[in-house]
Each structure stands twice: as structure tokens, then as C-alpha cells.
Design a protein around this ligand. Structure first.
Ligand SMILES: NC(=O)c1ccc[n+]([C@@H]2O[C@H](COP(=O)([O-])OP(=O)(O)OC[C@H]3O[C@@H](n4cnc5c(N)ncnc54)[C@H](OP(=O)(O)O)[C@@H]3O)[C@@H](O)[C@H]2O)c1
Length: 280
């Protein structure tokens, strides 16, 4: 007698809507969910600050990766960031399908000196962090809130790609050494998402194992990429960006069922290999 498979990969394909599908996370989510029927939309197809377009077929699962992610720009245009991150999430939740909402380590103040767990009190210090936190509420009851941090991937805007460009152009750069976090490879987060959607709705912390400062991350990037560029440590005060950032935002999960992500150094290695493949 045959038994129904419990392997999610072998299950019937679902109609999965990915918002922000042109972003660094959205792109690899489409790959991780390739055995499903994936519909990707980005700003050109649906600005989530407004209602869903009439042609959009009802999804069975939504991976909501669209967001205003310009942390400094949000300080200058808080209404714009709120429309995208809070109103946008409300509009996506209104589709009525179970929803993955990607949230951020920036919902925390950074005052703690040991890893932030799901049950820790939030306290964003920036407009971006506040809109991401309000977005968690806007996602509604049928949602997995996945908080991650310091995302990097082979495409799009991210710290790793900026460092590869600057490291090839300069002999020395200055990088902040007083913020610690978990640089997370988007492909590892996309794989973790597949497993989290098999778990009950709720908040999940899903960031890379290990932690570092931005300076330590840049040094590892140069070492792995074979770039000869010195890194000078500076403070956040010296860099003087418009948005304050938490000085400590390491995320860990207190839920035993949450998938554990590989170490950020493994993510860095895999990402550099992916970049080399895309360039060849
Ligand atoms: N990046 C990080 O370090 C980080 C850390 C923790 C959590 N997160 C969260 O993870 C998710 C994915 O981040 P990501 O790094 O992949 O971001 P990303 O690369 O900036 O991608 C976001 C995508 O959403 C699009 N978008 C922006 N506003 C939109 C709107 N109103 N309607 C529809 N699409 C819109 C963007 O288009 P344009 O590029 O044209 O604006 C972009 O293609 C976001 O929810 C983010 O808040 C990110």
C-alpha cells in the first residue's frame, strides 16, 4: 500500500506569489521554490503601496520580499517608507493567502549584548526599523514573520558587492567596526524559508551562524576574493549616516524547530562562487 509523502518537495505544486522578485532575496526565492508554480512581481508589475492588480490570480502562498530597503533614505521620506513597508504589507496580506513577511534585525535597539531571541522586546532606532516592525503587525495572523539580517547575494545592492567594487579600485577603505551582526547569504535564507513554511505561523529568527563587524566582514571578503585592500576601522559616529543602526543585532532562534543557517563564512564562499559562475 502506498503512503502519502510527507516530503514537502514532493508535494503538489502551490501557486506561490513572490513580491520584490527582482530584489536580491526575491530572485533566489524563485529558485528555491522552483518546484512550485511561481509568479514573480516587482515594482513594475505591482507597487504594493496600492491595491493588487486585477489580473493577479489568487495565490496559495505569498513570499513578500518587496520592501523599501533604503535605510538612510527612509529617514528623509518616512511616509514613503511607511507606504511601502506597512501599507504595502497590508495590501499583500489582503490577498488572503498565508504570507511570509521578511523582517529585520533593525526592529531591535541593539542595546543587548547577547543574541536577540524571538521573545525579546523590540525597539527600533530608525524609521526603516519602525516600518519593518509595523509591517509585522500588518502581515496579520496567518503569517510567518522571518527576521533576518545583513543580507547579501550575487546580484543587487549589498555590502559584499560594494566591497568587491571598492576593493578592486582602492588600496585602503574605511569600514565601521562598532556594529555587530550576522551577514546572511540570501540563498541560505531562501532554503530556510522552504522549511519554515512547514511550521506553525509565528515569528522566526533566521540569520547566519557566527557574527562579525562590518570591518571583519570586509576583511573576509577581500581575503576570500584575493583583493589586496587594507581596511581601516572607523566608528559609526565617524561615518555619520542619516539613520542610526543597532550596534549589536545578532539574531538567534529560541525555537528548536527553526532551521539553523550555515555560518556566514560559508555563505560568503558560496556567494563568491555564484558571482564567478554568473560572470563566466
Ligand atoms: N537587505 C538586508 O540587509 C535585509 C536585512 C533584513 C531583512 N531584509 C528584508 O528582506 C526583504 C528583501 O530584502 P532585499 O535585500 O532582497 O531587498 P531588495 O534587494 O531591495 O529588493 C526589494 C525589491 O522590492 C522592490 N520594491 C521596493 N518598493 C516596492 C514597492 N512599493 N512595491 C513593489 N516592489 C517594491 C525593489 O525595487 P527597487 O529596487 O526598484 O526599489 C526591489 O526589487 C525585505 O523585506 C527587507 O526589508 C533585508
Amino acid at each position: 500500500m502506498e503512503h502519502a509523502s510527507t516530503d514537502p518537495v514532493a508535494a503538489r505544486p502551490r501557486r506561490v506569489l513572490i513580491t520584490g522578485s527582482a530584489g536580491q532575496l526575491g530572485r533566489v526565492l524563485a529558485e528555491a521554490f522552483a518546484s512550485d508554480e511561481v509568479i514573480g512581481v516587482d515594482l513594475g508589475e505591482w507597487d504594493v503601496a496600492g491595491p493588487a492588480p486585477s489580473w493577479l490570480e489568487s495565490p496559495e502562498l505569498v513570499l513578500h520580499a518587496a520592501a523599501w530597503t533604503d535605510v538612510d533614505g527612509a529617514e528623509a521620506d518616512p511616509d514613503g517608507a511607511e507606504r511601502a513597508n506597512v501599507g504595502g504589507t497590508r495590501n499583500v496580506a489582503a490577498l488572503g493567502a498565508p504570507l511570509v513577511y521578511y523582517s529585520s534585525d533593525y526592529v531591535f535597539s541593539g542595546e543587548k549584548r547577547e543574541p536577540y531571541l524571538e521573545s525579546d522586546p523590540t525597539g527600533p532606532v530608525s524609521v526603516y526599523g519602525r516600518t519593518k516592525l509595523d509591517g509585522e503587525q500588518a502581515a496579520g495572523e496567518r503569517a510567518w514573520i522571518i527576521r533576518s539580517s545583513w543580507l547579501f547575494g550575487a546580484t543587487g545592492h549589498n555590502f559584499l558587492r560594494t566591497m568587491l567594487r571598492l576593493g578592486a579600485e582602492r588600496d585602503e577603505i574605511s569600514v565601521v567596526d562598532d556594529q555587530r551582526g550576522c551577514p546572511t547569504y540570501v540563498t541560505h535564507l531562501a532554503e530556510a524559508t522552504r522549511r519554515i513554511v512547514e511550521l506553525p505561523f509565528g515569528v522566526y529568527h533566521a540569520a547566519a551562524a557566527g557574527d562579525c563587524s562590518w570591518k571583519e566582514f570586509s576583511e573576509a571578503i577581500f581575503e576570500q576574493a584575493g583583493l589586496d585592500c587594507r581596511v581601516r576601522a572607523i566608528s559609526s559616529a565617524e561615518l555619520d549616516r542619516p539613520a542610526p543602526r543597532p550596534s549589536y543585532s545578532i539574531l538567534r532562534s529560541e525555537k528548536p524547530e527553526t532551521p539553523r543557517l550555515p555560518h556566514w563564512r560559508e555563505g560568503l564562499k558560496e556567494c563568491l562562487e555564484e558571482i564567478a559562475r554568473l560572470d563566466s
